[in-house]
Design a protein around this ligand. Structure first.
Ligand code: ATP
Ligand code: MG
Ligand code: MG
Length: 375
């Protein structure tokens, strides 16, 4: 049988490895540390830094295809792997999406709408950009940000010098603040033959810049839903993606869709596809990168997901039995040993006859798992 190589060690690689092993593939992962969430599932865990190009070359020689679950793999590492086996998605998709400036530029070049933005590389440029974009706006580091890290909101009262210091200077972008009605995402898959599918529009609710709840099949105007599919299709085609990619979007108060950012891999908002669809986002990533036909993406039942962060361990091990008292609820844990605040440890899903009911059940299950301090 074939062997899939995954660069990356987190929960996205773990769930991909679970899909791969279910379909009879062998899985190798390259992780910087042992016993990673992906490594626990893989047949083989190679311990090496993501920029150790000799290790990447050895890793690539032992597998049939390389994909990644972590977008900050150096483009040079992807290029090294590509000398031996197909890397899917291609390294230049990685290169574009790991830098907010390149990403926004590529989106604009593809005719896709984003928030107004400017690239800034000095405090002086930041001053000018704030002057042109107005306040409020958001300063974001160009690379290596996730869960809102490396971002500062700038209002009329903010001292730009302090904001510039806070993100550690360097390359950044400033975006006009979007007064959005809602946030949504479309997870799409594209095969080696160019066939494309997507999982529809998922509504995302964030708390403290971290995804909190996702709900499948956001009820939008048909024209807006069509537009979301169109945007996803354009991204997949224009960037020639083979694999899975998520497009995060804002729905503005005027009813327009703006692309916020891209993730060239399965996405937290797509975890609910494991229960909601016949082929999950991880099954699709596997099928796409292995050159297989894509699977069915229709939602079989309304489903919602709630993230479990390290904060849920604050008063001890959560009460799993209480959360699972509702038989409609499913638990996913990522095998991470240290439940730090803000760290994604797992998630819950609930499927129900309606979206509202699914949200109610998953939220209730999550509340139930918190043991009260005095018991
Ligand atoms: P992720 O964990 O999704 O990779 P990230 O750190 O890359 O997050 P963004 O998605 O850019 O960051 O921003 C995180 C959140 O901050 C967004 O989901 C949104 O709630 C808010 N946000 C970001 N940019 C804007 C904007 N221009 N206008 C309004 N809100 C924004
Ligand atoms: Mg991001
Ligand atoms: Mg984001």
């Amino acid at each position: 049988g074939a062997t899939v190589g995954i660069l990356g060690s987190g929960q996205l690689g773990r769930m991909l490895a679970q899909s791969a092993r279910r379909m009879g593939y062998r899985v190798h992962t390259l992780s910087p540390g042992a016993d990673s969430p992906t490594g626990q599932i893989a047949d083989r865990e190679v311990i090496a830094a993501y920029d150790d190009q000799a290790a990447i070359a050895r890793f690539a020689r032992d597998v049939d295809v390389v994909t990644f679950e972590f977008e900050n793999i150096a483009a040079e590492s992807a290029a090294v792997a590509a000398r031996y086996v197909p890397v899917r998605p291609r390294g230049d998709v990685l290169h574009i999406t790991q830098n907010r400036h390149r990403e926004k530029h590529a989106l604009t070049a593809a005719g896709l709408p984003t928030a107004r933005y400017e690239a800034v590389a000095s405090l002086e440029q930041l001053h000018d950009a704030i002057g042109r974009l107005g306040t409020p706006c958001i300063l974001k580091t160009a690379g290596f940000g996730y869960d809102g890290k490396g971002q500062v909101r700038i209002t009329a009262e903010t001292d730009p010098a302090a904001a510039w210091r806070m993100i550690g200077a360097g390359a950044a972008i400033v975006e006009a603040m979007v007064d959005f009605e809602a946030e949504l995402s479309v997870v799409a898959a594209r095969g080696v033959d160019g066939a494309q599918v997507d999982f529809g529009v998922t509504e995302n609710r964030h708390v403290d810049h971290i995804l909190d709840i996702s709900v499948a099949d956001m009820p939008l105007d048909p024209a807006q839903t069509a537009r979301a599919h169109e945007i996803a299709g354009t991204v997949m085609r224009e960037f020639d993606v083979v694999g899975v990619l998520c497009i995060e979007m804002f729905l503005t108060r005027d009813g327009d869709l703006l692309v916020n950012e891209l993730a060239p891999r399965p996405h937290n908002s797509g975890h609910l596809t494991i229960e909601a669809c016949a082929s999950s986002q991880f099954d699709q990533q596997l099928r796409a990168v292995c050159g297989l036909p894509l699977g069915e993406t229709a939602r079989r039942v309304p489903t919602a997901m709630a993230n479990l962060l390290g904060d849920h361990w604050e008063s001890g091990e959560p009460d799993w039995a209480a959360a699972l008292a509702d038989p409609a609820v499913n638990l996913h844990l990522y095998g991470k040993a240290e439940p730090r605040p803000g760290r994604k440890m797992g998630h819950l899903t609930a499927s129900a006859p309606s979206r509202d009911e699914a949200v109610r059940r998953v939220t209730q299950a999550r509340s139930a798992l918190l043991r009260t301090r005095n018991t």
